[in-house]
Design a binder for this molecule. Structure first.
Ligand SMILES: [Zn+2]
Length: 198
């Protein structure tokens, strides 16, 4: 009993580490199977079990590299609050005219995805308290409700911080340059940022 718990713990750690590696890899890993129609993520999800056991996948809101706010076929974009999605799409178009190509690194996330991110952050930062400065509880995350987006690269974040308010978009946390929410009216001023470390 005890050993199986320990083993389960190790398995969890392995999954989380695997997730971290996946999250950090670029397009190379994703484009590995060159020509088959059955992507690896599909073979794991065809097991017909509603709550799959593997790492979070596209159904949980995991987005491929270079995802645009117009990629509405992806659950991570499709399940965003429609007003937020529209604002991000408009900002993306305007940004592109300025020569910056943004990508949505995360939009909507399932609770499962959020839980895994929190577990990963706890391992990384060494405590739940510290981890919560960067990753919200599944019940509190604005990503889980579809009311937040993480944007990259840094040039896009800086553009959004300067001009996002034209679309109602504001950076909301002092420690996350990539996290934006629809928290003002178009052209309005952004509210003071929240410092989660306090
Ligand atoms: Zn975020």
């Amino acid at each position: 009993m005890v050993t199986s718990r320990i083993l389960a713990g190790f398995a969890m750690v392995a999954v989380v580490i695997g997730l971290a590696v996946t999250a950090c890899t670029t397009g190379a890993a994703r484009s590995e199977p060159p020509s088959t129609h059955s992507a690896p993520s599909k073979t794991t999800s065809t097991s017909a079990v509603p709550t799959h056991k593997g790492p979070p996948n596209a159904e949980d809101g995991v987005l491929p590299d270079h995802t645009s706010a117009y990629d509405t076929d992806l659950p991570g974009i499709a399940k965003l609050d429609p007003a937020l999605r529209k604002a991000v799409q408009e900002a993306e178009t305007a940004m592109r005219a300025d020569g910056i190509r943004m990508q949505v690194t995360t939009g909507w996330r399932s609770k499962k995805y959020q839980e895994e991110l929190l577990e990963k952050a706890i391992l990384r930062y060494g405590s739940r308290k510290k981890a919560l400065e960067y990753v919200a509880e599944p019940n509190e995350s604005h990503h889980v409700t579809g009311h937040a987006v993480d944007i990259g690269p840094a040039a896009a974040d800086h553009w959004l911080e300067r001009k996002g308010n034209r679309y109602g978009l504001c950076r909301t946390y002092t420690n996350e340059i990539w996290h934006f929410e629809l928290v003002t009216t178009p052209g309005g001023s952004c509210p003071p940022m929240i410092d989660p470390t306090r």
